[in-house]
Design a protein around this ligand. Structure first.
Ligand code: NAP
Ligand code: GLV
Ligand code: GLV
Length: 322
C-alpha cells in the first residue's frame, strides 16, 4: 500500500516523527531555524496529503490550489491567522491547531514578561554587563510593583485565564474583557468583566491575549493608549496585528504609558533597528510564548496525531472551529 505523504515545513526532532513513518511517507524541510522557501513549499505540497506547518508559513489559496491531494493542514500554534480558512474549507481541507497543550507555558512567559517589564529585569542585567554598577543606591533601577495592582486581561480565553490564576497569586485585582462574559472564569479566578475602555482606564497592567481577527486588528489604537494610565504597563503576547505599533511608539515617547513588554510584532522577525527596540522601557522577545522543550514536543505530537486522525479516518483531535 502506498503511504500518504506528510510534508513538515521545518526540521523537527527525528525521534518525535519516527513513530509516524510507519503510516506516512514523511519529508521535511532541512533546516531548523530557517523557514521553507515559498517555491519549495509549493512544490512539496503538489503530492502531499497533509502538511505540518509553522506560524511563519502563509497557507493561502495558492497552497490549496496546488495541493490537490491535501486533506489536512496541522498548524504548530494555537493561533491560525496564517491560514486562509475560507480557502481551506472551499478545498475541503481540515485545519487543526494546538490549543491547551501550550496554555500554561504561554501564561508563564506572559507573566514573566510582565514581571520583567515592571521590575526592569533586562535593563538591570544589561547595566551590570556594561559595567555600570559602581554603587548601590535607593532608586537604582527602581521599577513598579506588581503585587496588589490591577491587571486588565484582554481576551479571557484559555491563556487569559491561566494568566489570571498567576495574577491571583500576586494579590492582583483582575479585570477582563471579551466579546462575551465568561462567568465560570469569574467564579474560578475572581475576575470582573468590564468594557474595553473601562479596562484601559483602570488597569495598571494591560495584557493582550486575543486572537488576530479582522475585529481585533489594530484594536490598541492611539485612543486606547491615551485611555491608559500614564503609569500603565502594556504587555502583548497575542499577535502583533492587534496593536497599532506607531500609536504604541507615540504613547511611549509622549509618556502616555510607562513601559511595554512585547513577544509579538506586526511583522516578524523584527530587526535590531526596530524603533520599539531602542527604548529602555520596552522589552522585546522573539515570539517565544510557548517555547519550552516540553510544550514544543507536546505541540508537535498533537499536530502528528491530528494528521493521523484525519488520514486514518478517525477524525482530528483539535480542529479549528469554522
Ligand atoms: P482562546 O481560548 O480562544 O481565547 C481567546 C479569547 O479572546 C477568548 O476568550 C475570546 O472571547 C477573546 N476574544 C476573541 N475575539 C475578541 C474580540 N474581538 N474582543 C475581545 N475579546 C475577544 O485562545 P488562547 O488559547 O487563549 O490563545 C489566544 C491567542 O494567544 C492565540 O489566538 C494566539 O494568537 C496567541 N498566542 C500567542 C503565543 C505566543 O507565542 N506569544 C502562544 C500561544 C497563543 P470571546 O469569544 O467571548 O470574545
Ligand atoms: C503561537 O503564537 C501560537 O499561536 O501558538
Ligand atoms: C535589601 O537588600 C534589603 O535588605 O532591603
Amino acid at each position: 500500500m502506498i503511504k500518504p505523504k506528510l510534508y513538515i515545513t521545518r526540521k523537527v526532532p527525528e525521534e518525535i516523527v519516527e513513530p509516524f513513518r510507519e503510516y506516512f511517507s514523511i519529508s521535511m524541510w532541512q533546516y531548523e531555524e530557517e523557514p521553507v522557501p515559498r517555491d519549495i513549499l509549493l512544490k512539496e505540497v503538489v503530492d502531499a496529503h497533509s502538511i505540518l506547518c509553522m506560524l511563519s508559513e502563509r497557507v493561502d489559496k495558492e497552497v490549496f490550489s496546488v495541493g490537490r491531494s491535501l486533506q489536512v493542514v496541522a498548524n504548530l500554534a494555537v493561533g491560525y491567522d496564517n491560514i486562509d480558512l475560507e480557502a481551506a474549507s472551499e478545498a475541503g481541507v481540515i485545519v487543526t491547531n494546538t490549543p491547551g497543550v501550550l496554555t500554561e507555558s504561554t501564561a508563564d512567559l506572559g507573566f514573566s514578561l510582565l514581571l520583567a517589564t515592571a521590575r526592569r529585569i533586562v535593563e538591570a542585567n544589561q547595566y551590570i554587563k556594561e559595567d555600570k554598577w559602581k554603587n548601590w543606591s535607593p532608586y537604582l533601577l527602581a521599577g513598579t510593583d506588581v503585587y496588589n495592582k490591577t491587571i486588565g486581561i484582554v481576551g479571557m480565553g484559555r491563556i487569559g485565564e491561566a494568566i489570571a490564576r498567576r495574577a491571583k497569586g500576586f494579590g492582583m485585582e483582575i479585570l477582563y474583557h471579551n466579546r462575551s462574559r465568561k462567568v465560570e472564569a469569574e467564579d474560578r479566578v475572581g475576575a470582573t468583566y468590564v468594557e474595553f475602555h473601562t479596562l484601559l482606564e483602570k488597569a495598571d497592567f494591560v495584557i493582550s491575549v486575543v486572537p488576530a481577527t479582522p475585529e481585533t486588528n489594530g484594536m490598541f489604537t492611539n485612543e486606547a493608549f491615551r485611555k491608559m494610565k500614564d503609569s500603565a504597563v502594556f504587555i502583548n503576547i497575542s499577535r502583533g496585528s492587534v496593536v497599532n505599533e506607531k500609536a504604541l511608539l507615540e504613547a511611549l515617547e509622549s509618556e502616555q504609558i510607562a513601559a511595554a513588554g512585547l513577544d509579538v510584532f506586526a511583522e516578524e522577525p523584527i530587526r535590531a533597528n526596530h524603533p520599539l527596540l531602542n527604548k529602555s522601557n520596552v522589552i522585546c522577545l522573539p515570539h517565544i510564548g510557548s517555547a519550552s522543550m516540553e510544550t514544543r514536543t507536546k505541540m508537535l505530537q498533537l499536530c502528528l496525531e491530528n494528521i493521523t486522525g484525519v488520514l486514518q479516518g478517525t477524525g482530528p483531535i483539535t480542529e479549528v472551529p469554522h
